[in-house]
Every structure is written in C-alpha cells, then in structure tokens.
Ligand binder design. Sequence first.
Ligand SMILES: *[C@@H]1O[C@H](CO)[C@@H](O)[C@H](O)[C@H]1NC(C)=O
Ligand SMILES: *[C@@H]1O[C@H](CO)[C@@H](O)[C@H](O)[C@H]1NC(C)=O
Ligand SMILES: *[C@@H]1O[C@H](CO)[C@@H](O)[C@H](O)[C@H]1NC(C)=O
Ligand SMILES: *[C@@H]1O[C@H](CO)[C@@H](O)[C@H](O)[C@H]1NC(C)=O
Ligand SMILES: *[C@@H]1O[C@H](CO)[C@@H](O)[C@H](O)[C@H]1NC(C)=O
Ligand SMILES: *[C@@H]1O[C@H](CO)[C@@H](O)[C@H](O)[C@H]1NC(C)=O
Ligand SMILES: *[C@@H]1O[C@H](CO)[C@@H](O)[C@H](O)[C@H]1NC(C)=O
Ligand SMILES: *[C@@H]1O[C@H](CO)[C@@H](O)[C@H](O)[C@H]1NC(C)=O
Length: 536
Amino acid sequence: MSGLPASLCVSDTFAGLSLPGAEILSVSALLVTNYTASVAATFRFTQPAVEVQDATFCNVTVAYTHPGQNDNIITEAWLPTDDWNGRFLAVGGGGYAAGRFSLSYENMKGAIGDGYATITTDSGLGNAQDPTPWALVSPGNVNLYNLQNFGDVSLNDQAVIGKALIKSIYGKGPEYSYWSGCSQGGRQGLSMAQRYPKAYDGISAVAPAISWNGLAASAHWPQQFMNNLGTYPYPCEIDAITAAAVEACDGLDGVVDGVIAEADACLASFDPFSLVGKVIDCNQTVDGSQVNISRAAAATVNATWHGASKVDGTPIWSGFLPGTDLTGSSTAPGQISMVVTNCTTGTCVGAPSYLTVKWVQIFLAKDPNFDIVNLTHADYVRLVHAGKQQYESFLGTNDPDLSDFRDAGGKMITYHGLADNVIPPGGSRKYYKEVSALMPDAPSFYRYFEAPGLGHCWGGRSGQPTALFRQLRAWVENGTAPEQTPIDVNVEDGTVHHRILCPYPEVSVFDEGCGDAAAVECWSCGKRGSENQTRS
Ligand SMILES: *[C@@H]1O[C@H](CO)[C@@H](O)[C@H](O)[C@H]1NC(C)=O
Ligand SMILES: *[C@@H]1O[C@H](CO)[C@@H](O)[C@H](O)[C@H]1NC(C)=O
Ligand SMILES: *[C@@H]1O[C@H](CO)[C@@H](O)[C@H](O)[C@H]1NC(C)=O
Ligand SMILES: *[C@@H]1O[C@H](CO)[C@@H](O)[C@H](O)[C@H]1NC(C)=O
Ligand SMILES: *[C@@H]1O[C@H](CO)[C@@H](O)[C@H](O)[C@H]1NC(C)=O
Ligand SMILES: *[C@@H]1O[C@H](CO)[C@@H](O)[C@H](O)[C@H]1NC(C)=O
Ligand SMILES: *[C@@H]1O[C@H](CO)[C@@H](O)[C@H](O)[C@H]1NC(C)=O
Ligand SMILES: *[C@@H]1O[C@H](CO)[C@@H](O)[C@H](O)[C@H]1NC(C)=O
C-alpha cells in the first residue's frame, strides 16, 4: 500500500483508544525514519533472516492500568507507514520477560522488514530477567495481579490494543493476525489459543514454556539432585557422558551424523553408568590433567535425563534428552544450561541458572534468600506440588481444549528441539497428545514438529525450520497445511544436510535406497523407526 502521511503519526490519531477493564494512561507516537537493521533467523524462530532497509514506521507506546490492580503496563507498537502488508504480527517474550526486551525487539525488526504491523507488551513487569522486583508484594506474598498479567490477561490486551491502533492509523483492521514467540513467547502463544481463541488467525508457538510447574521442577532437578548428593561433577565428565550417548545412539535412525534422532530409544538403551571409571582428559581440574568419570556424574546425568521424581522414584516430569548439551559447553551464546558446575577454585560447586533458582526461591518458597543448597528432596517435592496447586491456572497453559480456536478458524504450529537445554521437550509432546486425544481432528488446525539435535529455540546441530511461518500463513490464508518443513542439519563431518521435519507423530525417515542423507529428496515423513517394522 502507498505511504501514509507522516502527520498521522501523532498521539491524536489514537485518541479514541479504549480497552475493556483498563484505563489508558498515555499514548505517545513517534515517527521512526530510515530504520535499518540486520535480523538473524536465530531470533525469528520460524522465519528467515531479513535485512531492514530505510524503513519508516510509527512507534506508538501505550501505557495503561487495570484500575484497582496497581499495575502499569506498557505496550509498544511499530506501524509501518510505507508498504504495510495488511497484516498484524504480535511478538512474545522470553524467560521472565513478557516482552519489550532484546529478543522481542529482534522479532519486531524482522516484522517491520517483512511489512507487518507489530506489537510487544511488558505486561507491567519491566524487562528484567530477574522477577524479584515484580513477583512479591511483600516477603511471603506473591503479586497475583502481576502473575495474572504475565500469564494471560495483558496478552489479550496486547492483541486488542494492537488491532485498535492498526484501525486508527490505517482506517481498517488487519486482514490477518499472527503471533510469533519461543519459550516464554511460545507459552504466551498457547495461552492465546486456549483463552482468547479469536485474537490470532495464526500462532507460531515454539518450544513453549507450558506446564511451567512441571518443566521448572525438571529444569532445576539436576541442581537439586547434586545438592542432595553433596557432589558436583566436573562439566567435562557430564560432557563425556553426553558424547558417549551420541556415539552409541547416533545410528539408531539409520544415519550416522552426530545427531540423536531416536532420543527415547537412546534413553531406554544407553546406560550412563557404563562410563563410570573411564579416564578422560579434562582441563577443568586445577592442574588441567585427567579425570576418572565418577558415579556421581553418571547418577546426575541419569537423573537429568529421567527428570524430576518423588522420593519413592515416581516421576514428576520428563527430563532433558540424551544428546542435549547439559553444561553449556557447546551451546550457542545467549543460552543457559541446567547441569552447570563451577570448578574454578579447585572444588566444584553447583551453578544453577537464575531461571530455576528464582522460581524456587521467589515463587515456591516466597523468600528471595531461601537456601536452595540444603533443601531436602522431600521438601523440594512438597514445594513443587504446592507450586502446582497455586500457579497452574496462571502458568500451566496446558488446557487441551482448543475447540474454540479451531472453530474460529485458527491455525497453530509448534516445534521443539529434542536437544532443548532449557525446556524438556516432553511437555510439548504430552500437550500435543492430549489435544489429539480430545480432538482427533487436531492436525486440521494444530501441527507439532520435533527437531532432532536442535537446542532451545536455536542452537545445537540443527538449524531452525525457517520456512514454517510462511507455511503457517499459507495454511491460514490459503488453506494449505504444512505436510513437512525443510531444515538444515550441521552434521559431524562439517557438511550441511538438507532434510525435513514432519508433523508429530510422524518423523523424517531416510530412504537408504535413495542413498544421500544430505539430500532433501532422500527423506520423507513416516513412522518412527522403533515402530517401523520394515526397517532393516
Ligand atoms: C532518509 O532517507 C531519505 C530517503 O531515502 C533520504 O532522502 C534522507 O537523506 C535520509 N535521512 C537520513 C537522516 O539519513
Ligand atoms: C519507541 O518509543 C519508545 C517510547 O518512547 C522508546 O522507548 C523506543 O526506544 C522507541 N523505539 C524505536 C525503535 O524508536
Ligand atoms: C577410577 O575410579 C574407580 C573407582 O574409584 C577405580 O576403581 C579405578 O581404578 C579408577 N581408574 C583409574 C584409571 O584411575
Ligand atoms: C579445554 O578443553 C576443551 C575441550 O577439549 C577445549 O575446547 C577448551 O578450549 C580447553 N580450554 C582451555 C582453557 O584450554
Ligand atoms: C536412573 O534414574 C531412574 C529414574 O529416576 C531411576 O529409577 C534409576 O534407579 C536410576 N539409575 C541408577 C543406577 O541410579
Ligand atoms: C565461578 O566461581 C568463581 C569463584 O567463586 C567466580 O568468581 C565465578 O564468577 C564463577 N563463575 C561462574 C560462571 O559462575
Ligand atoms: C547448608 O548446609 C551446610 C552444611 O551443613 C552449612 O555449612 C550451610 O551453612 C548451610 N547453608 C545455609 C544457608 O544454611
Ligand atoms: C496464496 O495463494 C495465492 C495464489 O496461489 C498466492 O499468490 C499467495 O502467495 C498465497 N499466499 C500465501 C500466504 O501462501
């Protein structure tokens, strides 16, 4: 569409803005011109890299409150004044940030590059990764209005405000509305599908932090386990066990490439204790010499792979899968890992991630100074259970009833890396199975792709399925569902293989007769290897 006059980018244009249940505090509009940015595919999850050149957009910031709730929420919309593509693309947050942080802005830059009107919200929480400032109203008391805004309420506000701003400046609403997010942003996307099913026509909800209580229980579990053990292995021991698992399980799918595709079969067949006593080179010791892989290291890896459990061994939640970078030694920058230990002083100590430490201290124990190191297994299980009782309706985001979303014509896609180092992929699979069990027509509106070798949102040996958002659009706008999606895998020998991901429960299967594992035409969607009786 042709350019809008710059004179429209003033707060008066949006003077009629109203939001049910809220009081608008301020609206500011600033024209941004000659905007140039390089956006990597990494931070767009399901979209390719884009170069933004000399873009012009109206930057509209809206502050509002839900009267009586003492919140102050800021949304920031970027509305292209040249070449708007007629569509709305709202973006999500990550970690404890609901939005308005670095990754949200990368996604908004990408959206601008592709012509979308886009919006982010801080949910009234600021943009810090430390939730301490907003999580407790006072020691012992969680700020439930903030948690409610984090969970879902402000996310619907974001959609309503975005659409209203679009209507005000362009004189008409968006033709189609989309959501894109990973991790916290993935959870937010699913929250919208479950609770506000008409807000978005298409939702890309990647590696979603759903079933938060369960995933946090398993994400913190390795540190809890080491604390209870009173022993903290060297990262090199953990890495050596991971490498041995890759070596042993790599070929289970018929292709030796450095990637475990059959991670469940690996979990069932590979014994981490088989490595105990193996001597490895390890420069993390004080004298940089060798280490004898300890039983504690094997037990920690075993516990991490199986996930949190009760004192009697009953599982609480699924764990990180074999092949996952547990220590962060090979993970892409900007990522966190859950089995980190710090051995710089000569004695290793646990180095848990802020993500899980804050969850346990602030939300479960409601005490910023809570001692996590001496927490017993039994008390940990009690805290986790109490967390589920208190927070499931805020952050569980695992209601399988998507019938209203389906009936509204919504379409949704999720991918989850099988080497995800932050959120165990089992939660996405469990959710998809629950949706499918409740609604056998689930594939007509929701498809889930598992990505072997892919870390959290990005990283690992697998690239991201960057065509998937375009496919989501084709599904929404043209009715063409994604039957498969292309992916690049960086295999062990340094070459790049072109392959596909398939909608769960299918997996990509290599045709040995075709011969070339690097060639996309030698892969097709089919049954998981362990279920495929005809495989040699
Ligand atoms: C912005 O872009 C316009 C059109 O390309 C150009 O004429 C102008 O000089 C640019 N302004 C700046 C500050 O670069
Ligand atoms: C948009 O406006 C907000 C509020 O003034 C500001 O914080 C932000 O940096 C602006 N963004 C851009 C890209 O200009
Ligand atoms: C490794 O440790 C085990 C158990 O302590 C011990 O039996 C074994 O001899 C050690 N191996 C080496 C090579 O030090
Ligand atoms: C330690 O060893 C690892 C793996 O062998 C290597 O990548 C790293 O560079 C080494 N670090 C130092 C400080 O030598
Ligand atoms: C490995 O973990 C599983 C699940 O928690 C547990 O049942 C099993 O006993 C562990 N294996 C060993 C040898 O500790
Ligand atoms: C490891 O511990 C040392 C010594 O206590 C500390 O200075 C350093 O910041 C720690 N590093 C990490 C990554 O936690
Ligand atoms: C945890 O236990 C250790 C060992 O008993 C003790 O030295 C330490 O002070 C305890 N930590 C706290 C915060 O109480
Ligand atoms: C939908 O189909 C039309 C006609 O084939 C095509 O031009 C358009 O690009 C498609 N849109 C999407 C989002 O795939």
